[in-house]
Design a protein around this ligand. Sequence first.
Ligand code: SF4
Ligand code: SF4
Length: 149
Amino acid sequence: MKRRLTLHVPREAVHQPLTYRLAVDFDVAAKILRAQVAPNQSGTMVVELSGDIDELDAAEAWLERQGLRLDRAPDQIRVDPQRCVDCGLCSSVCPSGALAFAAPSWRLQFHAERCLVCEQCIPSCPFEAISLGLDQRVPATIQLSAPPT
Ligand code: SF4
Ligand code: SF4
């Protein structure tokens, strides 16, 4: 199974080979979706962990013992339909197809289950319609604006 977490890494743990230890000690693969970690500073990473449920539980417990704070409700991309004009700029930079257009409306659709939370779309929007938030109520796929009548 997979779990997506936000890891808040304290300064003293920044130099640890966390993903290596997860793989070797717990058989958990860690895919880093986003990282803001500078040398000798605390940092934040969004990761997707893959493994058996017992291994994931053990890996999370180990991370917490290393001083990391785990946020199990990680940031999610949100698109404001009031600001979006369906220009398509964001979908052209999205590496996963989470932002896409489809017939018959050809309006922007956000497929949350495909989103890597890489944030590349945020600066691409000239209308500041895309932001990062903690809204767990976002459905897997939402139609951002109603088709023309
Ligand atoms: S955060 Fe990345 S993957 Fe998610 S919608 Fe934006 S560009 Fe696509
Ligand atoms: S770049 Fe902004 S306005 Fe254009 S489609 Fe994406 S969210 Fe909508």
